[in-house]
Design a protein around this ligand. Structure first.
Ligand SMILES: Nc1nc2c(ncn2[C@@H]2O[C@H](COP(=O)(O)OP(=O)(O)OP(=O)(O)O)[C@@H](O)[C@H]2O)c(=O)[nH]1
Length: 379
């Protein structure tokens, strides 16, 4: 055991140093994405903490406090990297955000020493807690179904269990035994596995998230936060591959006499009205319906599993809600109406192009019949 543990530690330290360098390289390559710096620092802190704990045996001085503080802090940094990677934008300057946790960790460990509890036990249990929280953070994310993330979550849970076991063994066994040394080796092996898997998986996990974020941004209209024309077409085409018997309805909604609003009140007021009408449309349909801005003041709504009767009720309610609302312009309140062209078809049989053509014709009829009305296309 005595021979195995130091060589195991040496291997763990070297792997951690290499992974730390690898992650810091990715940090610079990814335009200083904070998550990679946190993960790199996590490995660095693990190495520094372990070295301090080893040094105290060689130089016969107590370095338990800084050593264990760094080890606990390294597991916090892993968690921090996961939250940074899932946030749209990390607003904290990292050094300021990290300091309180570092100080708190040191304080808790000092308290443990003060009341005579094993510092190794408290540190191990705190690390287990951070691994559990990290696993929970990963589970909450939309991408949790990705196999690689699932593997990472399993490793987090396994490592949390090993750290808990180590913490309990420190608590229950007062002097080192073969059993505690065995748990120590298990913890080291588990840590190595986690570090290597983390180094392999986290960049991939981050790349998947980034790709999804960019796709979402590319598909979202900046002004109205509805889908862009392209996003609407992409998602609608997917929706229309539903089972053959499912009815679906497409609405084309166009604001009436929008040009005079721009001309009289200015483009900024026109933009405000567009935003508010878009919000009204979104809140008037189900979350599962697709709402997109197909042109300047024209919106498309695809409602899966919606027959003509239901669509009629929804569209008429939208007409009535918009006509009775006052929309805030730059200086005054504005009233607008919309015209709606609609078509109900059978999902898999109706191509999107065909539905759009028919709904557009119906919209044209609604406009020419006087506006502020709903017109269904003959299906
Ligand atoms: N403020 C603002 N105006 C826009 C935007 N996109 C398009 N428009 C304006 O929307 C107006 C559309 O005018 P038209 O197509 O003539 O239609 P309309 O005046 O609404 O008349 P009808 O549709 O026939 O009732 C044009 O003046 C465009 O400049 C935008 O993003 N913001």
């Amino acid at each position: 055991m005595d021979v195995l543990l130091p060589s195991g530690i040496a291997a763990a330290l070297m792997v951690n140093l290499m992974v730390s360098g690898y992650l810091v390289a990715i940090y610079f390559y990814h335009e200083r994405e904070q998550a990679f710096l946190s993960w790199s620092l996590a490995c660095g802190c693990f190495v520094a903490g372990s070295l301090l704990l080893l040094c105290q045996h060689w130089f016969n001085i107590s370095l338990n406090m800084p050593g264990y503080t760094l080890l606990v802090f390294s597991s916090y940094l892993l968690l921090r990297g996961v939250t940074q990677s899932s946030a749209e934008k990390d607003t904290h300057r990292w050094i300021l955000a990290y300091l309180p946790i570092f100080a708190l960790t040191a304080l808790i460990l000092a308290l443990a020493v003060f009341i005579g509890i094993s510092i190794g036990a408290v540190a191990s249990l705190m690390m287990a807690l951070f691994f559990v929280i990290t696993e929970r953070m990963l589970a909450k994310q939309q991408d949790s179904f990705v196999a690689v993330v699932l593997l990472l979550r399993i490793l987090m849970v396994a490592h949390a269990l090993v750290m808990t076991l180590q913490g309990l063994s420190y608590l229950l066994v007062s002097s080192p035994t073969i059993a505690t040394a065995g748990v120590g080796q298990l913890a080291l092996f588990s840590h190595l596995l986690l570090t290597v898997a983390t180094a392999l998986i986290l960049p991939m996990f981050h790349a998947i998230r980034e790709k999804r974020k960019w796709i979402r941004l590319a598909n979202t209209d900046v002004l109205t936060a509805t889908l862009t024309r392209r996003g609407f077409f992409d998602l609608a085409a997917k929706q229309l591959t539903l089972p053959a018997s499912q009815p679906c309805t497409l609405l084309m909604i166009d604001i009436d006499h929008f040009k005079p609003i721009n001309d009289q009140h200015g483009h900024a007021t026109g933009d405000l009205v567009l935003q508010q009408v878009a919000k009204r449309i979104q809140s008037g349909v189900r979350k599962s319906d697709l709402v997109g801005r197909l042109g300047g003041e024209e919106f498309g709504v695809l409602m899966p599993q919606t027959d003509k009767r239901e669509a009629n009720a929804i569209a008429n309610r939208l007409l009535q809600q918009i006509a009775s609302s006052k929309f805030m312009g730059e200086k005054q309140q504005i009233s607008v109406t919309v015209s709606i062209g609609a078509i109900t078809g059978v999902a898999s049989r109706s191509g999107l192009e065909g539905l759009l053509r028919e709904a557009d014709k119906a919209l044209y009829q609604a406009k020419s019949r006087g506006r502020n009305m709903l017109q269904f296309a003959e299906s």
